[in-house]
Design a protein around this ligand. Structure first.
Ligand code: ADP
Ligand code: MG
Length: 403
């Protein structure tokens, strides 16, 4: 187990916490504060321990000066203050003597959120390239570093990895929860273990399929992903989203041949059309026209998938069954999530859009675990480790550091 915040001597110390406040914001209004809520347990623990708390996070993509206008963390400071019912100070600067001065006068129990660390990327990518000067500057602001941003832990940035070279470091409560859940449910799953993979692009998901296929008993395919498998089998999928890469198609064919007893493909679909935005039809999978686009799974597919779900003990879902953002093509995702809600298996959902779909349909309290790590979750499941977690010491090795 990695060094946990609870086991560290944090009392009265200056603690830097890398949080994940990469939340959707529109005109200064936070559309979803789940990630802010996820950080509260760690922050409250530090307040209780009289720490001076310095928070770091990125927000959105920052490549130009203009990007800075829409990606300020200032609205997050306000929301955090409301959620904690506790003052949260905000610093527009990240790396300057005035930040050091500000930290110097921070009192015990006070919180200072610094501006988006990715602002340091303009123009020289100092945050993303894990620049040594930035890393040591950030480290100079505290005595201890806590990583509580699982979803940023696959990136070797100054605020995730670089800073750990200079400070005694540990993981926060939300990272601990993510690691424990993914290890418990997916590294050693109880069988039958069913993998449900949907979503857009096979290119993004093939490594995960290849890693989990030997471990699972069923692989149910849907979404754009299934289209590529159907294409590899020479089905006419019309104008549906699918890979054009011949090597990938050949790989899918081999997967289909080698694991035919595990794989399940859609039997039917709800389709749109290239020439009419309002067109929707129900189609059997072998009756798709050239101009039609597969955008959801059909009722017979759902009935078939229900049987596998019913007998499963562990289920991992990644990717949606169709274009769930459009209500005409959301039935497959909604019905499948309903089956997962009602089944007796341990159900883990991972992936940015998949978790959004669960929240969208209101099922977030009904499933065993929602992994909010996005790309980091998938990388952890594929690689078995993450660079931002690797750089934190094991609990058993740290006593020397802290005494
Ligand atoms: P996650 O972010 O959970 O890993 P993905 O990004 O792979 O999941 O999948 C979700 C996206 O896939 C959604 O935006 C959805 O609209 C899209 N999608 C699902 N099925 C299809 C389809 N048949 N055609 C086009 N897009 C699809
Ligand atoms: Mg996605």
């Amino acid at each position: 187990m990695k060094q946990r915040i609870e086991k560290m001597y944090v009392k009265n110390k200056r603690v830097i916490v890398r949080v994940d406040y990469n939340v959707p914001i529109n005109n200064g209004y936070i559309l979803d504060d789940t990630k802010i809520v996820a950080s509260l347990e760690t922050i409250r623990f530090l307040i209780k321990n009289n720490c001076k708390i310095i928070l770091l996070s990125h927000l959105g993509k920052v490549k130009t000066e203009e990007d800075k206008y829409r990606n300020s963390l200032e609205p997050v400071a306000k929301r955090l203050k409301e959620l904690l019912n506790h003052e949260v100070y905000f610093s527009h600067e990240i790396m300057s003597p005035s930040v050091q001065e500000r930290v110097k006068i921070l009192k015990e129990g006070e919180i200072l959120l610094l501006e988006n660390t990715r602002f340091l990327d303009v123009p020289n990518k100092l945050e993303s390239s894990c620049d040594a000067q930035v890393s040591s500057f950030l480290a100079s602001l505290g005595d201890i570093f806590i990583n509580d941003a699982f979803s940023s832990s696959h990136r070797a940035h100054a605020s995730t990895v670089g800073i750990t070279k200079y400070l005694s470091s540990g993981i926060g409560f939300s990272v601990e929860r993510e690691l424990a859940a993914l290890d418990k449910f997916l590294k050693n799953p109880e069988h039958p273990f069913t993998l449900i993979m949907g979503g857009a692009k096979i290119e993004d998901k093939l490594p995960l399929i290849e890693t989990l296929l030997p471990k699972c008993d069923h692989l149910l395919l849907a979404g754009g992903l299934a289209n590529s498998f159907l294409k590899a089998l020479n089905f006419n999928i019309g104008a549906s989203l699918a890979t054009k890469d011949k090597e990938i198609l050949e790989k899918l064919k081999q997967i289909l041949l080698n694991h035919r007893e595990k794989l399940m493909l859609p039997l039917d679909a709800v389709v749109g059309s290239t020439y009419d935005k309002n067109y929707t039809r129900y189609r059997k999978i072998n009756e798709i026209d050239d101009n039609e686009i597969i955008l959801d799974i059909g009722v017979h597919t759902l009935a078939k998938y229900r049987l596998a779900i019913k007998e499963s003990k562990t289920i991992f879902l990644n990717g949606t069954m169709g274009l769930y953002e459009d209500s005409r093509f959301s039935n497959g995702t909604k019905e499948l999530l309903t089956m997962l809600k009602d089944c007796s298996a341990v159900v883990v959902v991972g992936g940015g859009d998949s978790v959004s779909a669960v929240n969208h349909f209101g099922f977030s309290d009904d499933l065993t675990y929602l992994s909010c790590g996005g790309g980091a979750t998938l990388e952890y499941l594929i690689e078995g480790h993450l660079v931002g977690i690797d750089c934190i010491m094991e609990e058993s090795n740290v006593e020397i550091l802290d005494v």
